[in-house]
Design a protein around this ligand. Structure first.
Ligand SMILES: C[S@@+](CC[C@H](N)C(=O)[O-])C[C@H]1O[C@@H](n2cnc3c(N)ncnc32)[C@H](O)[C@@H]1O
Length: 334
């Protein structure tokens, strides 16, 4: 999934730094990815650590993590289930009615056909769960598969803060449900759907990886459609974009971010803490350093990184910008 702040292309930099600092066999350690998003960082350590803990305050992310992180045993009959879902008759449900042109609103997040396919697949997954035809592991596997496949045909520039007036090329093909593959490792991993500052008081481990939002853009607003597909609840969509009520993170607020970040570091019961942040964030590099160094031995790693960002005005043209990505490192002593 093309996700704001995804660390997929930075995983080798993150991994090398973590191995260098921890200087140990990770197979004895508990690793926590507490702002996990798509789970790209945690997933990369799944095979190597004793246990993963992953968390995100957004429900669509929790859904993905329940599949990619928690699922660790081979599931039965998934090919047949995917095939059944792919051959369902389209259905006029909540997504079609509220987020497709044919549904009667002006919104066009999906083609009419794909909106109806999402509705048909999402309803069937829920029916199977209620009838206990599938277990919880399979339920999250199918939901994650639907989120990933729906995102591929979304008619947006990048996020769901706006839809496009004309159907773009990648949004036109018929949605095909593809399996969201996960690593089978037969271990027990833990996944949460909480505010990081609340969860941190309840967990303990060795390596804590922090990848909070770095600017004011709230994930709940930018990915509201994914939450709606994952939850599939009834509500009154608001305004031009059909927004639902969404979580507001302190990490997206200039007045709140520093106090929340310091509380997180203070309450963390982890020896090694790594924070990904870049030079365009709400907190300045020196402010992060000032907070972290109060709690132990601090150091900083940096890497130049080319990322693509949507043009602010047209929200359409993607421009390559050079950003400096940091990995702030703390070996906690107090
Ligand atoms: C930069 S993204 C993480 C990206 C992730 N590392 C990846 O590669 O996909 C930040 C994530 O933090 C989550 N988030 C924001 N505030 C949070 C909070 N207070 N507690 C838990 N998660 C939060 C967002 O929903 C978002 O998924």
């Amino acid at each position: 999934m093309n996700y704001i702040g995804s660390k997929q292309r930075l995983t080798s930099f993150i991994k090398e730094t973590i191995y260098e600092v921890v200087n140990d066999d990770l197979s004895k350690l508990i690793f926590c990815d507490i702002f996990a998003g798509t789970g790209s960082v945690g997933r990369n350590f799944k095979a190597e650590v004793k246990q993963l803990i992953a968390n995100d305050m957004e429900y669509y992310s929790y859904t993905l993590l329940r599949n990619y992180i928690t699922n660790s045993k081979v599931l039965k009959d998934t090919d047949a289930l995917i095939e059944m879902l792919n051959t369902l008759e389209p259905q006029k449900g909540f997504i079609y009615t509220n987020y497709c042109r044919g549904g009667g609103t002006d919104r066009q997040y999906f083609t009419d056909e794909n909106g109806q396919r999402i509705d048909a697949i999402r309803s069937e997954i829920e029916t199977w769960k209620k009838a206990q035809k599938i277990d919880e592991a399979t339920y999250y596997f199918l939901l994650a598969s639907l989120l990933e496949s729906a995102d591929k045909v979304a008619n947006t520039a990048s996020v769901y803060g706006a839809y496009l007036k004309h159907i773009k090329k990648s949004a036109a093909p018929k949605l095909l449900l593809k399996p969201a593959q996960f690593l089978v490792d037969n271990k027990t991993h833990l996944v949460y759907n909480e505010d990081a500052n609340v969860l941190i008081k309840k967990i303990k481990g060795d390596v804590l990886y922090l990848d909070p939002p770095y600017n004011a853009r709230q994930y709940g607003a930018n990915y509201h459609i994914l939450n709606t597909i994952a939850k599939y609840d009834e509500f009154e969509p608001k305004g031009k974009t059909g927004l639902r009520d969404y979580n507001k993170s302190n990490y997206c607020s200039k007045p709140k971010v520093k106090a929340s970040f310091e509380a997180l570091i203070r309450d963390a019961q982890f020896k090694y803490i790594f924070l990904s942040y870049n030079n365009e964030g709400l907190m300045q590099v020196d402010e992060v350093k000032e907070i972290m160094e109060k709690y132990g031995a601090y150091s900083l790693k940096a890497i130049d990184y080319r990322r693509f960002k949507a043009d602010k005005t047209a929200n359409r043209n993607h421009k390559a910008t050079k950003t400096e990505e940091y990995l702030h490192v703390l070996i906690k002593t107090i």
